[in-house]
Design a protein around this ligand. Structure first.
Ligand code: SF4
Length: 237
């Protein structure tokens, strides 16, 4: 079943997660995720890779959404959980723990006991792309999953943090179908805040990639400030 039809049939986040995890709509990404899972990185040679699309992670009724680009080849594509098992996730989950939105600072495997509070993390594209670059067609093919996730979260969701330009653009392309009041696209920037006219606010944040965190473009203090603002907007502070 194609993503638009399968997404529409999902009436809960659990349904949606299951449908996403068996999607094979993008031939190039299916081939890549499975090749990576078969060849593996030397450090993970003894592990069985997930090698499938990576659904969102976090509870029903979350007030805060965190939108990333796509799973990493040896991160989410290995562990099966978004931002889990890679350096980006190390930074993000440590910050979520400092903000009181996660019960532990580390995220290494799907069975590591990590729980998020009031927060759900998801990606614009659900399969790991070569060089972290999905094509425009792949991006569009995957969009119905994000649209449905936003619809299912809509009753509770108060703020979405877009990690980086790609996620920001994905939100603006997709969210107006969920939030009709969302008009007048605003340019991405770290700390940019957009009140959408509906119940949800969009916050921009530099991506938690090594490229940003190793160079100091995104510091822990900057990330903490974004999460603190999200907590306030979501009515959690
Ligand atoms: S990127 Fe999205 S639409 Fe494409 S195969 Fe993966 S889950 Fe399906």
């Amino acid at each position: 079943m194609r993503p638009p039809d399968a997404a529409r049939r999902a009436n809960t986040l659990t349904d949606l997660d299951e449908a996403i995890s068996v999607c094979r709509a993008c031939p190039r990404l299916v081939a890549w995720r499975e090749e990576v899972a078969a060849t593996r990185r030397a450090a993970f040679r003894d592990q069985e890779y997930w090698g499938r699309p990576v659904p969102g992670f976090g509870p029903d009724g979350a007030r805060i959404g965190i939108l990333g680009l796509a799973p990493a080849a040896h991160g989410g594509n290995r562990t099966g959980r978004v931002f889990t098992g890679d350096r980006s996730g190390d930074v993000l989950y440590a910050a979520l723990h400092r903000a009181g939105l996660a019960n532990q600072p580390t995220s290494v495997a799907r069975d590591d006991g990590l729980l998020l509070h009031e927060t759900r993390i998801f990606a614009a594209v659900r399969c790991a792309p070569p060089e972290n670059k999905p094509t425009p067609v792949e991006r569009a093919t995957c969009a119905p999953w994000l649209e449905r996730e936003l619809e299912l979260l809509r009753p509770s969701l108060r703020v979405v943090i877009a990690l980086g330009q790609f996620a920001w653009e994905a939100f603006w392309r997709t969210a107006p179908r969920v939030y009709p009041g969302l008009t007048g696209r605003v340019a991405f920037g770290h700390g940019v805040e957009v009140r959408t006219g509906d119940a949800v606010t969009l916050l921009g944040c530099y991506h938690v990639s090594q490229q940003n965190t190793f160079t100091g473009r995104l510091t822990p203090a900057m990330l903490d400030a974004v999460l603190a603002r999200a907590r306030t907007v979501a009515g959690l502070s």
